[in-house]
Design a protein around this ligand. Structure first.
Ligand SMILES: Nc1ncnc2c1ncn2[C@@H]1O[C@H](COP(=O)(O)OP(=O)(O)OP(=O)(O)O)[C@@H](O)[C@H]1O
Length: 248
C-alpha cells in the first residue's frame, strides 16, 4: 500500500499541498479529481520524488520511500507526466525499452524483453514500433508514455491525465489497461478530469482542492453536492457514472 502522510509542499511563496494524507491501495485504480490548480499534479510529483515535500512522508508497505535508492524507487514506481516531454528521433520501441533502465537492461536486450513487447501490444503500438517517436501524434505519444511505464513492471503507476489527448476508443482501452494493471495487484493512481470515466472505472476517488483533500471515497458515494462544492457544477447520472451538467 502506498500512503502519503501530512504532505505539504510550497513553491514561489505559495502552499501547493497542505497536509495531504491519502491511501492508495494495491489492486485499485484511484482517481485524483479536482479543479485546475488544485494540486493534483504536485501530489503525484511529490509522491514520485520529483518535487521535494516541505513536510510529511510517503510510505510504501509501511516503509518510508526515502530509504529506497533511486534505482530501487524507479523499479517500484513508474510516473507518467502530464506534459509529454520532447521525444528524440529514435524508434518507439527504443523509448519503451527505457523502462528497463532501472534494471540495468539496455540496447537490444531491453528491446527484446517480454515486458517491452507486452507494453507495445497492450497500448496498440505494435505497428508503430519502428516509427520515429518524435513523429507520433499527441494521442500516440500519450500511449507511448504509458507503454514505457508498463515496461518497468513497477508495482505503482502514477499517471497524470494520460487520457487527455486520446480519442474515446483509445481512452477506454487505456482505462482497461490501467484496470488490468490494478487487477494484477498493482497500485494505479490517475489524475483525471473526465468525471464519467472516473466514476465508471475507478475503485476510489480522492477529491482535492486548494491543496487539501476534500474527500476520499468510492465512486458510488460521490454526490452531486460534493461535486458542486469542489467543481462548482451540477451533475447528472449516466448508468453508474456522473457527468458534469451545469455550472452552479
Ligand atoms: N513551481 C511552482 N511554483 C509556484 N507555483 C506552482 C509551481 N508548480 C505549481 N504551482 C501552482 O500550484 C498550483 C497547483 O498546481 P498543480 O499543477 O498541482 O495543479 P493541478 O491540480 O494538477 O491542475 P491542472 O488540473 O490544471 O493540471 C497551481 O496554482 C500552480 O500554478
Amino acid at each position: 500500500m502506498l500512503e502519503v502522510h501530512h504532505l505539504s509542499c510550497q513553491a514561489g511563496g505559495r502552499t501547493l499541498l497542505d497536509a495531504v494524507s491519502a491511501q492508495f491501495d494495491k489492486g485499485c485504480v484511484t482517481g485524483l479529481l479536482g479543479p485546475n490548480g488544485a494540486g493534483k499534479s504536485t501530489l503525484l510529483k511529490v509522491t514520485a520524488g520529483l518535487v521535494p515535500a516541505c513536510a510529511g512522508k510517503i510510505t510504501l508497505d509501511g516503509h518510508d520511500i526515502q530509504s529506497l535508492t533511486t534505482a530501487q524507487l524507479a523499479r517500484q514506481l513508474a510516473y507518467i507526466p502530464q506534459d509529454n516531454p520532447p521525444l528524440p528521433a529514435i524508434p518507439v520501441c527504443e523509448i519503451i525499452s527505457l523502462g528497463r533502465l532501472p534494471y540495468g537492461e539496455t540496447g537490444s536486450r531491453a528491446i527484446k524483453h517480454y515486458a517491452v513487447e507486452n507494453a507495445l501490444k497492450a497500448t496498440g503500438l505494435a505497428d508503430l514500433a519502428q516509427r520515429r517517436a518524435d513523429q507520433l501524434s499527441g494521442g500516440e505519444k500519450a500511449r507511448l508514455m504509458l507503454a514505457r511505464a508498463l515496461a518497468t513492471e513497477a508495482e505503482i503507476i502514477l499517471a497524470d491525465e494520460v487520457m487527455a489527448a486520446l480519442d474515446p476508443a483509445h481512452a477506454l482501452s487505456v482505462m482497461q489497461i490501467l484496470r488490468s494493471q490494478a487487477e494484477a495487484g498493482r497500485c494505479v493512481v490517475l489524475v483525471i478530469h473526465d468525471l464519467l470515466m472516473a466514476t465508471r472505472f475507478c475503485d476510489n476517488l480522492v477529491l482535492i482542492s486548494d491543496g487539501k483533500v476534500q474527500a476520499s471515497l468510492p465512486p458510488a458515494d460521490l454526490t452531486d453536492t460534493l461535486v458542486q462544492n469542489v467543481y462548482g457544477v451540477t451533475t447528472r447520472k449516466i448508468g453508474t457514472g456522473l457527468v458534469p451538467w451545469n455550472r452552479v
